[in-house]
Design a protein around this ligand. Structure first.
Ligand SMILES: O=C([O-])CC(=O)C(=O)O
Ligand SMILES: [Mg+2]
Length: 203
């Protein structure tokens, strides 16, 4: 399956979205270096400190989706190697969680992308089933089922489903424009010249 964001990075998508995209709190970040995810959100409303909702979500979410879970920022390791392997078996692309995760070295080895507020060893209960396919809040952003969720080294961006086609087309154009800028800069043009920026105080 092709990359749901055409390979574009979060910064490009954010800028190209014409203010439709929302940037998650920067404290919500990749749990291991190099993690990247892009796909439609499968939303999970759970209870902090309990991960039954995540175990259920892995069994319910459609292949190609990204789990987006609100666990209220709880400092528990709600997700780890076992759930990552289970998710990969079901074709789930990754996890964005308002809460904590663990087993991050193992998940890097698996190449399973995870974005979380905390990394912590503390375990969880398995009592609350949670709810799926409802709007959830992660990183101070409301995510609706089917919104495009993209995470990379710069953070997590959410593009509302209806804004995705226009955002991706403008992102393509933006990358071409930046390639032209980089060519000029590499041959000695200053960024001030290229962008026509003022050159000094009072200019
Ligand atoms: O205990 C859990 O369910 C979370 C975890 O560490 C794993 O998935 O490996
Ligand atoms: Mg574990």
């Amino acid at each position: 399956m092709t990359d749901a964001a055409r390979g574009h990075g979060t910064a490009t998508l954010y800028e190209a979205s014409a203010e439709a995209a929302r940037a998650c709190d920067p404290a919500l970040r990749a749990a291991w270096p190099g993690a990247r995810v892009a796909g439609p959100a499968f939303t999970v409303q759970g209870v902090g400190g309990d991960n039954l909702a995540l175990h259920r979500a892995v069994a319910e979410a459609p292949p190609g989706s990204v789990l987006v879970a609100d666990l209220q920022g709880a400092r528990h390791g709600h997700w780890g190697e076992i759930l990552a392997v289970a998710a990969q078996q079901r074709g789930i692309r990754g996890l964005v969680v308002e809460g904590g995760v663990r087993d991050t070295a193992e998940q890097a080895e698996l190449d399973f992308p995870v974005f979380a507020r905390h990394i912590t060893v503390v375990g969880t209960g398995k009592d609350h089933p949670g709810r799926f396919d409802v709007p959830v809040r992660v990183g101070d952003v409301v995510v609706r089922p089917g919104d495009l969720v993209v995470g990379d080294a710069d953070g997590v961006v959410v593009v509302p489903a209806e804004a995705v086609p226009g955002t991706l087309d403008r992102a393509d154009a933006r990358v071409l424009a930046e390639q032209r800028a980089l060519e000029a800069i590499r041959t000695g043009t200053t960024t001030l010249e290229y962008y026509g920026l003022p050159t000094g105080p009072g200019a």
